[in-house]
Every structure is written in structure tokens, then in C-alpha cells.
Design a protein around this ligand. Structure first.
Ligand SMILES: Nc1nc2c(ncn2[C@@H]2O[C@H](COP(=O)(O)OP(=O)(O)OP(=O)(O)O)[C@@H](O)[C@H]2O)c(=O)[nH]1
Ligand SMILES: [Mg+2]
Length: 377
């Protein structure tokens, strides 16, 4: 499932703007009517105005409904973000109200036009057109609050990070100021996207790099996986659960220089909490800021986003770790598989060659079956 491109959510007009746009277009349509007979001309003009106004209103509203992401089709991560940012129920209710209004306005146009067919005088056509406009305006006013909600929600949703659940994603965790964002910038092939989580005022980074046609996404977790879990509220826990779903690997940064403000011991405690919380996901711990400290452990990579030290090693470890966790293509041969190189004649009789081939097949490692990716289905 591809990501929602929050930034592409279309602008939302104010209620009065929707009406102005509709009535302006309707006026233009009426000017196009030609008929030498005044009675027929006015009848056609008024019918066309009602039609054009209702078309414009309904199309504008339905375009919003269409272009807004449908929540049920989103990954758990995106649903959790929307829920935390603007409320999933409100999201559905407001879009529902807008769809209802579009249908009502179309109905009003239909009713008005059938009434016009029965009228016999010019003033009645005008009056019916005014009446239809009034009813349409009243529908738009009724959903005024919903339209305003949509406009505000758009501004919030536009800032959310977009993560494609079909591509690998690395969740970068660690205490505040340990260098999470700096690392994402360093590993990224372009400028990372700066986004916002609804849970924190801190900006977060989403970066990516490409390797063998796969896009490796990296997502920051300020305010989420950077402090003791007892301080979480329910919506943050929900977001963390969603992060686990979208992430293939957790990179946990520890800053042993302690310049970030949390002691090494506290950071290790946070690490064990994150490990417990995201137990389903492989986790790599990394010592950051290696340019300003000498701390090292056997199993822990040392990196510095400032000097670039260890960054490429880390990238290889990330790629390997994700590859080891992916479902192996059943048709691909393992690297150690016995292969006859075509230019070189195999030595020995055909029976000997066949026996060697069979032995190689018996000894070849079995393809690993990874976990099934559950995110986004
Ligand atoms: N010496 C040194 N400083 C670094 C390194 N990486 C980051 N910093 C500095 O550490 C500070 C925090 O870095 P960020 O990347 O913003 O850390 P963060 O973990 O994203 O912080 P929050 O988003 O606030 O949680 C900044 O002043 C960086 O310049 C590094 O490799 N070496
Ligand atoms: Mg940051």
C-alpha cells in the first residue's frame, strides 16, 4: 500500500466561497442561453442556472470527499496519526456530512427544474430560481462547521509524515538530542522531509535512500520513543504500536558523551524499554557522536553524523538486517548455490558432474523464510 501524500490534500474553500463560485458560474451559464422568445429564454436560463449552481457545489464538495484519503484503506500507522491529529471519528463524520450536502443540493436542483416545467409565467421562473438558490445556501450553511473543520484539518494533516508501507522503513529512536535527525539527514540521499507528529511540538524528519531499487525510509520519533514509557498517554501508545507495525527495523541511538542531557545509564534503561515495547522488530543499537567520546562495546556500532564516521558501515548493516528479515524469493538461488560457469568446461564424466551437482544441492543452505509483513493490509 502506498503512502498517503498528505501534502496533496486539496485546499478547502470557505462556505461562502463555495456559494459565490457556484452562483458566479451559474450567471455565466445563463448568459450563454439564446432564444428570441423571452418566455422560453427565461425558462431555459433559470433552469440552467439552477443546474450549473448545483453542479458546481456538488462537484466541489465531492472532489474533497474523493481526494481526501479514505481512512479504512490506510495503514494502521496512518490511521493512528489521523486519529491523534484530528480524530478518526470526526474525520469520517465531517466528510460524511459534506457528501450528504452534495447529494441534497443535486436533489434540490432536480426538484426545482421539475417545478419550472409546470410554470406558465416569467416571474415564476425567476422566483423558483431564487428559491432553489436559497435552499442550496441553507444546505451549505448547515454544513458550514464541517467545511471549516475540513479546512483546519487539512492544515494539520498536511504536516504528517508520509510513509510508504510497501517499502522498508527504519524507525530511529533514542533520547532527545542524541542525534536522530542528524543521522537521518546524513543517511538520506536528498533533503529529508520535515514533518510533524500530533503528539509533540518537535519537528521530525523522514528521509530515504535507495539501494538496488528499494527505497529505505527512515523516520524520526521525537516525543515518542525518547522518554520513559510511564509518561505516555493512550494516544501516544497507539502511535507507538503503529510505528512498530510500519517499521522493519529499529535503530536505537545512544549518546555516550552525555552532552544530550541524559546519562548513559538512563539511555540504556530507555533502550530496554523500547526493546520490550517493540519486541517484534529487530533492533540495532548505535553509539552516536563518536567524534566526541571513546566509549565502545563489541556489539554496538560507533557513528558520527558530524565526521561521517561509521555511516556507510551502518547503512550496510541496515540493508543486511532488513534483507535477512524479508521473505526470500522462492525462485532466486542462494549466493552459495553451486553454479557451473559456462565458459569453463566441467571436469570429469557426465556422471561425476551430475553427482557433484546433487551433492551441492543437498548441502546448499535452505532459503530463509522471513516473517510475513502485516503492515498496511
Ligand atoms: N559532535 C557531534 N554532535 C552531533 C552529532 N550528531 C548530532 N549532533 C548534535 O547534537 C544535537 C542534537 O542533534 P539532533 O540530530 O537534533 O538530535 P535529535 O535526536 O534529533 O534531537 P530531538 O529531535 O530533539 O530529539 C545537535 O546540536 C547536533 O548538532 C555528531 O555526530 N557529533
Ligand atoms: Mg530531531
Amino acid at each position: 500500500m502506498a503512502s498517503v501524500e498528505w501534502r496533496k490534500i486539496p485546499t478547502v474553500l470557505y462556505p461562502q466561497e463555495v456559494l459565490d463560485k457556484a452562483f458566479r458560474r451559474a450567471g455565466k451559464q445563463s448568459d450563454l442561453v439564446e432564444d428570441p422568445d423571452k418566455y422560453h429564454r427565461v425558462r431555459k436560463q433559470m433552469a440552467r442556472m439552477v443546474q450549473a449552481a448545483s453542479d458546481t457545489i456538488a462537484e466541489t464538495l465531492l472532489k474533497w470527499v474523493d481526494q481526501w484519503p479514505s481512512l479504512n484503506a490506510q495503514s494502521e500507522f496512518d490511521q493512528a496519526l489521523v486519529d491523534a491529529a484530528v480524530g478518526a471519528d470526526e474525520f469520517r463524520q465531517n466528510l460524511g456530512a459534506i457528501q450528504w450536502a452534495a447529494e441534497r443540493v443535486r436533489k434540490i436542483a432536480g426538484e426545482s427544474q421539475s417545478k419550472m416545467l409546470k410554470f406558465r409565467n416569467i416571474e415564476a421562473f425567476h422566483q423558483e430560481r431564487r428559491h432553489a438558490y436559497g435552499r442550496m445556501s441553507s444546505i451549505i450553511n448547515q454544513i458550514g462547521e464541517n467545511i471549516l473543520w475540513l479546512g483546519d484539518a487539512r492544515n494539520i494533516l498536511r504536516e504528517l509524515p508520509s510513509i510508504d508501507s510497501a517499502e522498508p522503513c527504519i524507525v530511529v529512536a533514542g533520547a532527545p538530542n542524541v542525534g536522530k535527525s542528524a543521522l537521518i539527514t546524513e543517511l538520506s540521499s536528498g533533503e529529508p522531509e520535515v514533518a510533524a507528529y500530533p503528539f509533540t511540538t518537535k519537528r521530525l524528519h523522514v528521509g530515504h535512500f535507495e539501494h538496488r531499487r528499494r527505497i529505505y525510509q527512515m523516520v524520526d520519533t521525537p516525543g515518542l520513543l525518547d522518554r520513559p514509557m510511564t509518561e505516555r498517554n493512550q494516544i501516544e501508545m497507539q502511535a507507538i504500536a503503529a510505528l512498530e507495525n510500519v517499521g522493519d527495523l529499529v535503530l536505537f541511538l545512544i549518546d555516550p558523551s552525555e552532552t544530550s542531557g541524559m546519562s548513559l545509564k538512563e539511555q540504556e534503561h530507555l533502550l530496554s524499554e523500547v526493546q520490550e515495547l517493540l519486541a517484534e522488530r529487530p533492533l540495532i543499537s548505535v553509539f552516536s557522536k563518536s567524534d566526541i567520546h571513546e566509549e565502545s562495546r563489541d556489539s554496538v556500532l560507533r557513528i558520527s553524523s558530524l565526521s561521517g564516521g561509521g555511516i556507510e558501515e551502518l547503512r550496510s548493516v541496515i540493508i543486511q538486517s532488513i534483507a535477512a528479515d524479508q521473505v526470500t524469493d522462492p525462485l532466486s538461488l542462494p549466493d552459495t548455490w553451486h553454479r557451473e560457469i559456462e565458459e569453463i568446461e566441467p571436469i570429469g564424466s557426465p556422471e561425476e558432474i551430475e553427482a557433484r551437482r546433487e551433492a551441492a544441492m543437498r548441502n546448499a543452505p535452505k532459503p530463509r523464510r522471513g516473517r510475513k509483513k502485516t503492515s498496511g493490509n
